[in-house]
Write a protein of this length. Structure first.
Length: 396
């Protein structure tokens, strides 16, 4: 088997069982491994550390499969998939009638770097995001089919991150029946229509499940503004739980059309909600100029920070949007504000929102810390798996 030898002193992360080896830590390559091929990893002193997948095009040169010298074969993947599925079964035991969509495999946190698998009803939607995941794609598909028996498995590897691994984007049916254009799921007893073929990520933001419930339990008799609403997940939850009026704001007409569908699926009267198509920063300034106020606002923007070079600009964006949100709230109102940027540290996000409150001249209490749903697991050895953080504020 091909192997790499680390530079002296560069094994510290492996001792902590972190699954990434960056290119700068690689001292010597023994053999000529192909992209995605399994290799052994040794320290400069010759000690074995792990086996992983080689990625010659990425800054992350190796993603570790195992810290034991195991054969990386079908049995390995079957075992890892079974462990991931068993964890979700334990998480959601007793919730089957109120939930039929969740993340089954969360990449590195489930010991399968680069592999994402989400279940929507009878279908599984997959992403293969790394060279190693791509190399064992067929084996992983067979394992999911054997263990889960879905009606079909569909691929959504149509994401730019694959380019960093030297891979082209790809989407399409993998096995079984092709999923319908729109799949109806149930979450917390609420119905949602999901376009798994062309929607964001694998179709829906499953990671916000618990936070949608938090909005729902606070929505009764409140006016709600749902910014960056996508298909209206937060807004639909609020309307079902008694919001007096919900306004969904998004730049995509198609997403807003799907939010209409979600409202209708749940029997929401069309007078109870409205949609605004436009840039959130611009529209919020217009609403402020008009003197509009709301009782509950959700700020769930897309990732503002993709790299360290974008950190300052991204922080400015988060501050600006939170100033606007805080200024649009009635006294006693609630702000649910989020960042899905992995490079945004939770305490930095809290400081940005605190600075926004000062600039907005509003006093605010933190009444809840918000994170990704538990099926989007975070391994203790892989803190990068924790990316979604949020605050629930009560504004005076």
């Amino acid at each position: 088997m091909n192997k790499i030898i680390l530079k002296p002193g560069r094994e510290k992360s492996l001792i902590r069982r972190h699954p990434w080896i960056f290119s700068g830590a690689v001292g010597k390559i023994v053999g000529k491994p192909e992209s995605g091929e399994t290799i052994q990893i040794f320290s400069a002193g010759g000690s074995f550390f792990a086996v992983g997948a080689w990625s010659p095009h990425s800054q992350i040169s190796v993603r570790v499969w195992s810290f034991e010298n195991l054969p990386i074969d079908r049995s390995f993947f079957i075992s890892r998939i079974k462990d991931a599925i068993a964890a979700r079964v334990a998480m959601f035991s007793g919730c089957e009638t109120r939930l039929n969509a969740c993340r089954l495999i969360a990449a590195e946190s489930d010991g399968l770097p680069g592999v994402i698998a989400d279940r929507y009803g009878d279908y599984i939607i997959c992403q293969f995001l790394s060279a190693g995941a791509e190399a064992y794609r067929e084996t992983i598909i067979d394992g999911l089919q054997e263990i889960c028996s879905p009606a079909g498995i569909y691929e959504r590897s149509d994401v730019s991150v694959r380019q960093k691994e030297g891979l082209s984007e790809r989407a399409g049916i993998l096995c079984g029946d092709a999923p319908p254009e729109v799949i109806e799921i149930v979450e917390n007893g609420i119905k949602y229509a999901v376009n798994v073929r062309s929607g964001h990520k694998t179709g829906f933001y499953l990671d916000q499940r618990d936070n949608r419930r938090a909005v729902a339990v606070n929505a009764a008799n409140r006016t709600v503004l749902n910014c960056f609403s996508y298909t209206g997940g937060f807004g639909t939850a609020a309307a079902v739980h008694g919001a007096t009026h919900v306004t969904n704001l998004d730049s995509s007409q198609d997403a807003l059309a799907m939010s209409d569908k979600n409202m209708r699926l749940n029997g929401i009267n069309e007078k109870q909600y409205s949609n605004i198509e436009g840039d959130a920063f611009k529209v919020l300034r217009e609403l402020r100029a008009q003197g509009q106020k709301f009782d509950l606002i959700i700020l769930d923007p897309p990732k503002f920070i993709e790299s360290q070079q974008q950190l300052f600009r991204g922080c400015r964006g988060y501050k600006d949007i939170n100033i606007l949100g805080l200024q649009l709230l009635n006294p006693g109102g609630l702000l649910f504000t989020f960042s899905c940027s992995g490079l945004m540290e939770p305490m930095l996000f809290q400081k940005i929102v605190a600075d926004a409150a000062l600039d907005a001249k509003r006093e605010a209490l933190i009444v809840g810390w918000l994170v990704q749903a538990p099926d989007h697991a975070v391994s203790m050895n892989f803190p990068e798996g924790f990316y979604l953080k949020g605050l629930q504020l009560q504004v005076r």
